[in-house]
Design a protein around this ligand. Structure first.
Ligand SMILES: NC(=O)c1ccc[n+]([C@@H]2O[C@H](COP(=O)([O-])OP(=O)(O)OC[C@H]3O[C@@H](n4cnc5c(N)ncnc54)[C@H](O)[C@@H]3O)[C@@H](O)[C@H]2O)c1
Ligand SMILES: O=C(O)C(=O)C[C@]1(C(=O)O)C=C[C@@H](O)C=C1
Length: 310
């Protein structure tokens, strides 16, 4: 059988961490891109990338990496997108597709779009897949399998560029959907950003209790809390940037969360077992609905946390 032609001739991955690394593995495995160039700021990351053969060529500057690329992927923390876009702008090839994988969309669009020259297509995106690990050794080819890859094209985005990028995401095993950037940021504030902040907080509370009681609180943690510790081990720079760049939506959701928490707190104080039971019955149905719809993307066989450690 003939192997289909690659979708892109030359990809440039800017930032060689979990997401770029996983893309490199998946693009190679699927024969989706002919050559892959990469840029990392630190010499240590560049050396590691060369040592493990993560990409075909490694460059010390983003400007060099994007030269001649028909696909450019910005895979740096959200707060670094503007500076990277400004640096690469004069070096982008005409007709190139620029995308990003940032966890927040509107602020990335505001930061990147003004730098994109005419004739270059910017199509923002976000793979809903990750682990608590980071760095060039943490990527693995199955990360995106059966996960969503949301694209948030701009009103004037080129349809053919959007479709080519969607084909790339599908080639890596993802399911592609289009979404408005502001809606994306609200949805992710509920499903990802606020939960991460809650996990960080719970682990902080347990650590504080450990200090106050001088006891091994965390050592005896049960499964539920262990899941919190996994999430709370996620990259500090990435998550600092997510909260600073999805401020309004996250604060809105945290406000709603606090209201619900007070309702349950009151039910416990009042001994209102019926209210607690009704609430938990409703949330159990939501989880069961997700599983019945085949959307349990948290299952281990979808690669969540299954990748190598950083
Ligand atoms: N980790 C996840 O679960 C996940 C999931 C989906 C999307 N994302 C998004 O993907 C992007 C990358 O995240 P990751 O998990 O791969 O992080 P990572 O920490 O594994 O990799 C990021 C890389 O970017 C580099 N970097 C930082 N600032 C830079 C700069 N100014 N110039 C060049 N390189 C720079 C870092 O040194 C690092 O190598 C982020 O925007 C994040 O929001 C992450
Ligand atoms: O599994 C994890 O470690 C994740 O938290 C991945 C996760 C998520 O919240 O689902 C984290 C951030 C992203 O932008 C996308 C995916």
């Amino acid at each position: 059988m003939m192997t289909p032609a690659p979708l892109f001739e030359r990809a440039a991955l800017i930032g060689l961490g979990l997401i770029a690394g996983s893309m490199a593995h998946a693009m190679r495995e699927g024969g989706l891109v002919r050559r892959i160039a990469g840029h990392a700021r630190s010499a240590e990351t560049r050396d590691t990338a060369r040592e493990i053969g993560l990409v075909d060529e490694v460059f010390a500057t983003a400007a060099e990496a994007v030269r001649g690329a028909d696909l450019v992927v910005l895979a740096v923390p959200v707060g670094a997108m503007a500076a990277v876009a400004a640096e690469i702008a004069p070096h982008l090839a005409p007709g190139a597709i620029v995308t990003d994988v940032g966890s927040v969309k509107q602020s990335v669009i505001d930061a990147v779009a003004p730098h994109i020259p005419p004739g270059v297509h910017f199509v923002p995106g976000h793979p809903l897949a990750g682990t608590e690990h980071s760095g060039p050794r943490s990527g693995f080819s199955t990360l995106f399998r059966n996960r969503w890859w949301l694209l948030t094209p701009l009103p004037d985005s080129d349809g053919a560029a959007v479709e080519r990028l969607a084909a790339l995401a599908r080639g890596m095993g993802a399911n592609v959907e289009m979404m408005e950037p502001a809606h994306h940021d609200l949805v992710l504030a509920v499903t990802s950003h606020a939960p991460h902040l809650i996990a960080y907080t719970m682990v902080g509370v347990a650590d504080h209790l450990r200090q106050v009681t001088q006891s091994e609180v965390i050592r005896y943690s049960a499964a539920g809390f262990r899941d919190f510790t996994r999430i709370a081990a996620s990259d500090p720079t990435m998550w600092r940037d997510v909260f600073l760049h999805n401020k309004e939506a996250t604060l809105d959701i945290l406000g709603r969360f606090a209201e619900e928490l007070f309702v349950l707190q009151r039910a416990i104080r009042m001994g209102d077992g019926q209210q607690l039971h009704d609430y938990f019955t409703r949330t159990r149905a939501i989880r069961r609905g997700i599983i019945e719809a085949g959307q349990d993307t948290a299952a281990p066989d979808f690669g969540r946390s299954a990748g190598p450690a950083a």
